[in-house]
Design a binder for this molecule. Structure first.
Ligand code: GLA
Length: 355
């Protein structure tokens, strides 16, 4: 694996943004910028060996600075929603920014997706990885504790984009980090994704309220469109009248993974028949949010002139469950002072070869 870098412009505050291109021996490439840790390009082969950029985004920094629905970004301090934009920890109430109705989404007004991270390339055993670090200070967006975060991106010879997250805090806090890449396995500008087939290894999911926040109910997928235990085209579920699909305006839910943090087991898979591209997801976290781009709405001009519309990209966000500090039976997102938050997620790309 090798890494090259180039200037990607400057933020309004004058901070230099650098783009790093990670390449492996098979020709896969991932471009990542230190603004938001955003994956700006991901070039992978199809069954004929032709490469396409399969992640949604912009051509330049300006697009990202103008605001966007978390394309490719690292999301934190707490991914997804926190109800009423507040939580209690050690008997104290912490008030957060309300950026989705009266609730808090993806870390607030200026989450980690808008931070300028310190970037360096790190050598280990002849391989290079990209290391991003950021200090989220005590009180930033309302969260307690100075939190030091390190995220590394590595592209393996087995066509895996491996993301490792670490964080430590000097006082008790909550942490839920993820990556919000939008994929379209036909190519970022290829349109509707409802022909993609999805598998999520989960017997249950966290049912949501009309505000799209888990109510605490862990519901069996059996007999519902949330049952993705074997590969199924998204179209079937997306067109169903199941109340959870109506509430999310499509899939925008957290599944309770049967893999339960066992990274040796495949948590999710997406197969796109016409290109033969396959994306597999492995993670140490207990949940995964499948979001089918329900709120993408004429996002343009984007990369190469694309104007992404509803359902033209999907996300698989590995995570603790949304709002999990409010439900004692959900895995706890509390990070105690001095303890280390760790999270590894692997996005593995494969193809079904034509014979
Ligand atoms: C997540 C949320 C969605 C939406 C998108 C970004 O996936 O669950 O509701 O906020 O991010 O638009």
């Amino acid at each position: 694996m090798s890494i090259t870098c180039r200037s990607y412009g400057f933020t309004k505050e004058g901070a230099a943004v650098i783009a790093f291109t990670l390449s492996n021996a098979n020709g896969l490439q991932a471009e990542i910028i230190n603004y938001g840790g955003i994956i700006t390009k991901l070039s992978v082969p199809d069954k004929k060996g032709d490469f396409d950029d399969i992640t949604l985004g912009f051509d330049n920094l300006d697009g990202y600075l103008k605001g966007h629905p978390y394309f490719g970004a690292i999301v934190g301090r707490y991914a997804n929603r926190i109800e009423d934009a507040q939580f209690e920890l050690n008997g104290k109430i912490y008030e957060l920014y309300k950026n989705i109705g009266d609730d808090h989404l993806h870390g607030g007004l200026k989450g980690f997706d808008k931070a300028v991270w310190i970037a360096e390339t790190v050598q280990s055993g002849g391989d290079e990885s990209l290391q991003l670090t950021y200090r989220s200070v005590d009180g930033e967006e309302g969260y307690p504790g100075n939190l030091d975060i390190k995220v590394t991106y590595f592209l393996s010879k087995d066509n895996e984009l491996i993301i490792d997250y670490f964080a430590v805090s000097d006082s008790d806090t909550v942490v839920n980090l993820t990556n919000h890449a939008y994929f379209n396995l036909c190519g970022h500008e290829a349109g509707d994704i409802s022909g993609h087939e999805v598998m999520i290894d989960a017997d249950s999911f966290t049912a949501v309220s009309s505000k799209n926040i888990p109510t605490g109910e862990i519901r069996k997928v059996e007999g519902t469109p949330m049952d993705l235990r074997v590969l199924k085209p998204l179209a079937a579920g997306l067109s169903s009248a199941y109340e959870q699909i109506i509430k999310g305006d499509g899939y925008d839910h957290n599944w309770v993974l049967n893999t339960a943090g066992d990274i040796s087991q495949k948590a999710a898979e997406v197969y796109e028949r016409t290109t033969g591209r396959i994306l597999e997801v492995y993670t140490t976290k207990p949940g995964i949010q499948l979001y089918t781009g329900n709120f993408l709405d004429e996002m343009g001009p984007c990369k190469e002139g694309a104007a992404y519309k509803k359902r033209e990209g999907f996300c698989l966000e590995t995570q603790y469950f949304p709002n999990s500090m409010k439900h004692k039976h959900f895995p706890s997102p509390i990070l105690k002072s001095g303890q280390v938050y760790t999270h590894k997620t692997i996005y593995k790309f494969k193809t079904i070869k034509v014979s």
